[in-house]
Design a protein around this ligand. Structure first.
Ligand code: MTE
Length: 323
């Protein structure tokens, strides 16, 4: 029998009632439809703010055990610097999204698993997290904009989610989707972006040992601007593949089109593996600025993770693997 430690506001009914029902019941007047907002006025606004700031119910799981296998060739980027230099276009298209991102309510947070699976289902993020064993890994992160960071993520391998989802043999790709609520994220009102943010991996990539779902960073639950409560980390690919704040995983047969690919296919492809020798159409990818240090380093093929992933692409010579 396992003993579940509970914290603060967590009520015992969480253990017996599906997460979304518990939160809906508690938040009925607070978190409901906008019609209620009009009726309730400032009180509603206050409750929405309160909901956005609920203490994280998974906090007791951090820090998780560190996995020594994935070593870095550079120091971890300072957390303050990392959490104030982010790409999260749902909020805005500058690096300065930290403050705006705090408006995102991350509980309740339902994750849908559908498509080519034995049985589609939805699961609350806390139930999902507690079904997985969290570990800490240090990974490099190389943005397509030619900057990089190094991060201590906490989470679990995508392969574990795949196992849990029970996909059918016909599933060829994993499609992931970010929340799409323009009421909390004003960038979603910008109709020239093909929202929602979507990204995909082949099943071989998704089950590669490096593919990781981060629920935390720097020894605690992941910050909202970094993709709370669930974000992908695929360190051998350009950063735009690492989709944030995921609400849906679909197992599909057709290759999914990511948001950036849908917007500008000539610049952002499906595979998007890091290669210093293949420039982006508008800039070189030969080197990167290490954020927070001012240092410029040569970029490594597969961002230095070739030993883990190069074999995934050995028979794909005709594919556009690098942009
Ligand atoms: N996911 C969503 N939903 N929206 C985004 O704008 N930006 C991507 C990726 N995931 C993005 C996203 C890009 S371009 C990068 S480089 C990384 O997130 C940035 O992650 P970071 O802010 O934690 O460094």
């Amino acid at each position: 029998m396992s003993i579940i430690r509970r914290r603060g506001w967590e009520l015992s009914d969480r253990l017996a009632t599906p997460e979304h029902l518990v939160f809906n019941r508690r938040g009925l007047l607070a978190g409901g439809a906008s019609a209620l907002a009009l009726m309730a006025g400032p009180a509603y606004a206050q409750r929405v703010t309160d909901l956005a700031n609920i203490p994280d119910p998974s906090a007791d799981l951090y820090p998780a055990k560190h996995n020594e296998k994935y070593v870095l060739d550079r120091p971890i980027t300072d957390e303050k610097i990392n959490s104030n230099y982010n790409n999260f276009y749902e909020f805005n298209s500058t690096k300065n999204v930290a403050q705006q991102a705090q408006a995102l309510p991350i509980r309740p947070w339902m994750v849908k698993i559908d498509g080519l699976v034995e049985k589609p289902f939805e699961i609350g993020i806390d139930e999902l997290i507690r079904k997985m064993t969290l570990e800490e890994r240090t990974y490099r992160h190389r943005c397509v904009e030619a900057w990089s960071m190094a991060i201590a993520w906490t989470g679990f391998p995508v392969a574990k989610l795949v196992e849990f989802a029970k996909p059918l043999g016909s599933a060829k790709y994993l499609r992931m989707e970010t929340f799409n609520n323009p009421k909390v994220a004003p960038g979603l009102k910008q109709s020239w972006y093909p929202w929602p943010y979507v990204e995909g991996l082949s099943m071989a990539e998704a089950t590669n040992e490096l593919a990781f779902l981060a629920t935390g960073a720097y020894g605690h639950p992941i910050a909202k601007q970094m993709g709370a409560p669930l974000r992908l980390a695929v360190p051998w690919k350009y950063g735009f593949k690492s989709i944030k704040s995921i609400v849906r995983f679909s197992f599909v047969e057709q290759r999914p089109k990511g948001m950036w690919e849908a917007l500008q296919a000539s610049e952002y492809g499906f595979w998007a593996n890091v290669n210093p020798e293949v420039p982006h159409p508008r800039w070189s990818q030969a080197s990167e600025e290490v954020i927070g240090t001012g240092e410029r380093r040569p970029t490594l093929l597969f961002n230095g993770y070739g030993d883990y992933v190069a074999s995934l692409y050995s028979d794909m010579k005709s594919e556009r693997l690098w942009a």
